[in-house]
Write a protein that binds this ligand. Structure first.
Ligand SMILES: *Cc1c(COP(=O)(O)O)cnc(C)c1O
Length: 363
């Protein structure tokens, strides 16, 4: 066969893309998996049956509804969407983060967030060729309000992302500090409430007061990471603009059907979240009672903790079959820090035992 060239001509790919490493997701087969803030519980058997039937009835030969109004109404009711506000659906909130930035990515636009925070804000900003400014948190991981307000004044960010509670630090920022940011920001302020089921604290009612506020949420941490469904709530004028660049069939029929079933069975997910909140308290106190560990309070379904030899402890845990996340090299404020997802009682106990064994090995 006639080959038209020696190799793919990657010179057509953007230089910044070629220089980027792909987002690495390590294989977790065979591990106690406590690295990705997943809900450790599977669906009750009755619900699995119902789900199978429900999914089987979907018209897979047809494109999904591009604007599933009925579903959005049911979702809006279930999540306390204020009257007059609109919802937009995404293939996970990751897609919505991307679409918000894409819509604002004028030449010279800046995206801002506290640092450290969720990596997708920076990745999406860079992929859309926006400037990105991470404003360092204080040593205790609280918002540095003064620095944040100064950065907003200087850089006039098109979008400010605030994860509430923050990932990977797990804390809820001071509401008065966020209010000051809402007043000062010239553009959009996104409050990312991915961990709402564990924090039980929301900005949703503020949509009526703060016209530049958008509230971002996901079903992922609640127990449905696999179906990929996120939603964005805000003023209709904003949502109308973002809808123009949303791929028309970004949320598929199986996802919508599964999400509807979830809305009908919310109490199951609520009680799973409740048991994870009490597991979190147990895990935190066990970490705090472990010599050589400094564990930080968390309003999410994970706990950040600091040890003297983060790399060695992470590797030793892995060798013992426990996979957590090593964030020690991702930001200077996170030096020595590891992040563990709250799992089942048994998983958390395995983790604590393995951690204590790993710490006693020494460097
Ligand atoms: C996990 C996480 C998300 C991811 O949401 P998906 O809906 O799974 O894409 C968004 N924001 C924050 C802060 C997260 O930690």
């Amino acid at each position: 066969m006639d080959r038209l060239g020696p190799r793919p001509n990657l010179a057509v790919i953007r230089e910044d893309v070629r220089a980027t490493e792909a987002y690495a997701v390590p294989s977790a087969v065979g591990f106690v998996k406590l690295d990705a803030m997943e809900n450790p519980f599977s669906l009750p058997e009755g619900l699995q049956q119902q789900l199978g039937e429900r999914l089987g009835r979907q018209a897979l030969n047809r494109y999904p509804l591009s604007d599933p109004r009925g579903f959005k109404e049911r979702l809006g009711k279930a999540v306390g969407l204020p009257v007059g506000m609109q919802l937009m659906l995404g293939n996970g909130s990751d897609e919505l983060i991307h679409l918000i930035i894409q819509a604002c990515a004028k030449s010279g636009a800046t995206v801002m967030a506290p640092a450290p925070s969720f990596v997708m804000y920076e990745m999406s900003a860079r992929f859309d060729q926006c400037a990105y400014r991470g404003v360092a948190l204080k040593d205790n991981f609280s918002l540095d309000t003064e620095r944040m307000l100064q950065a907003i004044d200087e850089q006039k960010p098109a979008v400010v992302f605030i994860a509430y509670p923050n990932n990977p630090t797990g804390n809820l920022f001071d509401r008065a500090a966020i209010e000051a940011i809402l007043r000062a920001a010239p553009g959009i302020v996104v409050l990312d409430e991915a961990y709402l089921p564990f924090a039980q604290d929301t900005w949703m009612p503020w949509l009526k007061r703060a016209p530049n506020l958008l509230v971002l949420r996901t079903l992922s941490k609640l127990g449905l990471a696999g179906i990929r469904l996120g939603y964005l709530a805000g003023d209709a004028d904003w949502i109308e603009q973002f809808e123009k660049i949303r791929p028309p069939y970004n949320v598929n029929v199986l996802t919508l059907a599964a999400a509807d079933l979830m809305l009908e069975n919310m109490s199951i997910f609520d009680s799973q979240a409740a048991s994870l909140r009490s597991e979190r308290a147990r895990l935190l106190s066990q970490l705090q009672a472990t010599p050589g560990v400094r564990a930080f309070d968390s309003a999410a379904n994970f706990v950040l903790f600091r040890v003297a030899q983060a790399d060695a402890v992470f590797a030793s845990l892995k060798q013992r079959g426990v996979l957590i996340k090593n964030v020690s090299m991702t930001h200077p404020l996170l030096a020595g820090c590891l992040r563990v997802t709250v799992g089942t009682t048994a998983e958390n106990e395995t983790f604590i035992k393995s951690l204590r064994a790993s710490l006693s090995v020494g460097p």
